[in-house]
Design a protein around this ligand. Structure first.
Ligand SMILES: O=C(CO)COP(=O)(O)O
Length: 250
């Protein structure tokens, strides 16, 4: 089964009502490859605005979701609130939340389990720091992150609603994109890990995205790699070149 190409736009903590409307308008008018699944993740405050104005063929993701049903959790958003608002995806495990907001493997795993159990699909992120790469620990870090989430998910079923995003921390927002060889090597290792530790069909069917300084120029070559099934885009998802990234699969 061919994996459908997937491009996510992670707007992070950027935008205003005016700029959000302008990006949405641009996406609504653009010619987008119908063979690419597109998901946009605006800041929480703009989720409803984006969902209301964006064409229905593009899904909307939250940049976080909490692992409790409701209650006294100031500042958090629940799975049921996302569903109530027609938000169908969440980004979890992003390195900015792991490093800046202190989310551990266990917290990320718990949120991922809670979201998928509740019917929210997850863009689950992993990636190594520069120090870890230089110490030759890249695959150890990635497989450690995979193991934590996989044990919590407890079987193949939940993986149907998960897209994996490999985002080397040293490539995020730095303009330093991983080479096609570096990205393909890690993507192939993730697929092998899924095959050996979850199931052959999960390994075959799970989309593995690359994220980290993807732009309109470098996306085409990355998209030629057999295990790169799309992108999670930060800075360039706020710009018109995001359309070129969506249309990058030949
Ligand atoms: O973190 C990212 C997407 O989640 C990547 O960000 P940049 O594309 O800005 O490097």
């Amino acid at each position: 089964m061919a994996r459908k190409f997937f491009v996510g736009g992670n707007w992070k903590m950027n935008g205003t009502i005016e700029s959000v409307k302008s990006i949405v308008d641009g996406l609504n008018k653009a010619q987008l490859d119908p063979n690419t699944e597109v998901v946009i993740a605006p800041p929480a405050l703009y989720l409803l605005l984006v969902r209301e104005h964006l064409k229905p063929t593009i899904e909307v993701a939250a940049q976080n979701v909490f692992d409790k049903p409701n209650g006294a959790f100031t500042g958090e958003i629940s799975v049921s609130q996302l569903k109530d608002s027609n938000i169908t995806w969440a980004i979890l495990g992003h390195s900015e939340r792991r490093t800046i907001l202190g989310e551990s493997d266990a917290v990320v795993a718990s949120k991922t389990k809670y979201a998928t159990d509740g019917g929210i699909s997850v863009i689950w992120c992993c990636g190594e720091s520069l120090e870890e790469r230089e110490a030759g620990k890249t695959l150890d870090v990635i497989t450690g992150q995979l193991k934590a989430v996989s044990e919590k998910l407890g079987g193949a079923e939940a993986w149907k609603n998960i897209v994996v995003a490999y985002e080397p921390i040293w490539a995020i927002g730095t303009g330093k994109v991983a080479s096609t060889e570096q990205a393909q090597e890690v993507h192939a290792a993730i697929r092998k890990w899924l095959k050996e530790n979850v199931s052959e069909s999960v390994a075959e069917e799970t989309r593995i995205l690359y994220g980290g300084s993807v732009n309109g120029k470098n996306c085409k070559e990355l998209a030629t790699q057999p295990d790169i099934d799309g992108f999670l885009v930060g800075g360039a998802s706020l710009k018109p070149e995001f359309v070129d990234i969506i249309n990058s699969k030949q």
